[in-house]
Design a protein around this ligand. Structure first.
Ligand SMILES: Nc1ncnc2c1ncn2[C@@H]1O[C@H](COP(=O)(O)OP(=O)(O)OP(=O)(O)O)[C@@H](O)[C@H]1O
Length: 376
């Protein structure tokens, strides 16, 4: 069996209110999975159940085939957990904190010294071993939290919003570290930052109101949602010529985005930009090409329009109507470039364009501690 994590029909009820409901998913060795959802969706609750800090009301969770709740002690050595606020002790030094965690995680005494020096060099903490935790910057605290989470060499690493509250440089550093850690660990990572998922994860899970609403690779989401195939084109033609050719095509709906009347401006030929939407997700570009070339209308540009991750996320996690999402997909080309799944590296690294954190629910709901159930 290659599954590191098995979450089976897991539910959590808090005082009669649903926290998560019948979650069902597995994670294979080596996967880096992004766990996404709006505030209050159930990400932290799920992560705390996986790491054994919270008991499910129903269902079961196993790591490497061992039940998290029946054999807590055996399984805890297999899991590394970084809560949103790492449980660091301000009066300890970096070194004494790592020693403390190593003992807590049952690292054999003879190996502790070596593991600490491995963690210090791997997480870039050299020169800070004797520094008090209280004097570390937020980025270095996060590094130390990560070091504490992996010092016992766990199979599964669970990271709750690991870049939250960091400045752009620190975000890039922590992401690089997570990417590196993903080479040796299976990682479940919760985040509100969509480009973080595109750059770090090969699979994502979206949760909304306690239920899993999507599971798959970021690239396959458009078709997984039964999306209609959309193409934007620019054609050297008049609106009337295009109308004559395209209107009889029943399977594809066309609408003009922009028409440039050549006669009125510089005397060059007319061009028209259109958005074409198919009845289904079937690719109709080849048919379109032959149709327009058969009519003697040159295609200057043809581009497949994908739903961006942001649009997919909104579609799945809000109650907005189909038509609102539809509108979003028909924004101007500039908007599309901004929103596109393929965010530039800079955007992806800085996460500035797509931080979807919604401010409506209480922040206090995500402040973790290791004190167990009901501590939030
Ligand atoms: N200890 C608790 N007692 C009562 N209700 C709780 C407790 N912990 C979580 N909840 C509720 O369970 C639901 C899921 O919360 P959770 O913190 O898991 O969401 P989240 O997706 O992690 O949100 P965020 O992005 O804000 O961190 C929310 O409605 C929350 O209020």
């Amino acid at each position: 069996m290659n599954d590191v994590l098995e979450v089976k029909q897991v539910s959590k009820v808090f005082d009669g209110r649903r926290g998560v409901h019948q979650l069902d998913f597995t994670m294979e060795r080596g996967e880096i999975v992004g766990f996404l959802g709006p505030n209050g969706a159930g990400k932290t609750t799920t992560m705390r159940m996986i790491t054994g800090y919270l008991h499910p009301t129903a269902g079961s969770i196993a790591v490497d085939g061992i039940s998290v709740h029946d054999q807590g002690r055996n399984v805890r050595s297999k899991i590394g957990y970084l809560p949103e606020t790492p449980p660091l002790y301000p009066d300890m030094t970096v070194q004494s904190y790592l020693k403390f965690v190593a003992n807590l995680r049952d690292v054999p005494t003879r190996e502790v010294k070596l593991r600490i020096s491995e963690m210090v060099s791997r997480l870039g903490l050299q020169g800070r071993e004797k520094q008090l935790v209280r004097g570390l910057s937020k980025g270095y605290k996060q590094r130390l939290g990560l070091a504490g989470a992996i010092i016992h060499k766990p199979d599964l690493l669970v990271l709750d919003e690991p870049t939250s509250g960091l400045d752009p440089n620190q975000i890039m550093e922590i992401r690089d570290l997570i990417r590196e850690l993903g080479e040796n660990h299976t990682v479940l990572l919760s985040t509100h930052i969509l480009p973080e998922v595109s750059t770090l994860c090969n699979r994502m899970l979206i949760i909304n109101q306690g239920q899993l609403v999507l599971d798959g690779s970021p690239q396959h989401f458009g078709s997984a949602m039964g999306d209609q195939f959309k193409v934007s084109i620019e054609v050297k033609a008049t609106e009337q010529q295009l109308h004559n050719v395209l209107t009889p095509w029943e399977e594809v709906r066309s609408e003009v985005i922009q028409a440039a009347d050549g006669q009125a401006s510089n005397g060059s030929a007319d061009t028209v930009k259109m958005l074409l939407t198919g009845e289904s997700s079937e690719d109709f570009r080849e048919e379109l090409f032959y149709l327009l070339s058969g009519a003697g209308l040159p295609i200057l540009e043809m581009k497949k329009e994908n739903l961006s991750l942001e649009q997919i996320f909104l579609k799945l996690t809000t109650t907005e109507t189909e038509s609102e999402v539809e509108l979003a997909t028909q924004e101007t080309e500039t908007d599309k470039v901004q929103l596109a799944n393929h965010a530039t590296d800079e955007e992806a690294n800085l996460g500035t364009t797509s931080d979807l954190k919604q401010s409506t629910s209480s922040e206090s709901a995500s402040s973790d501690s290791h004190t167990g159930e009901g501590s939030k």
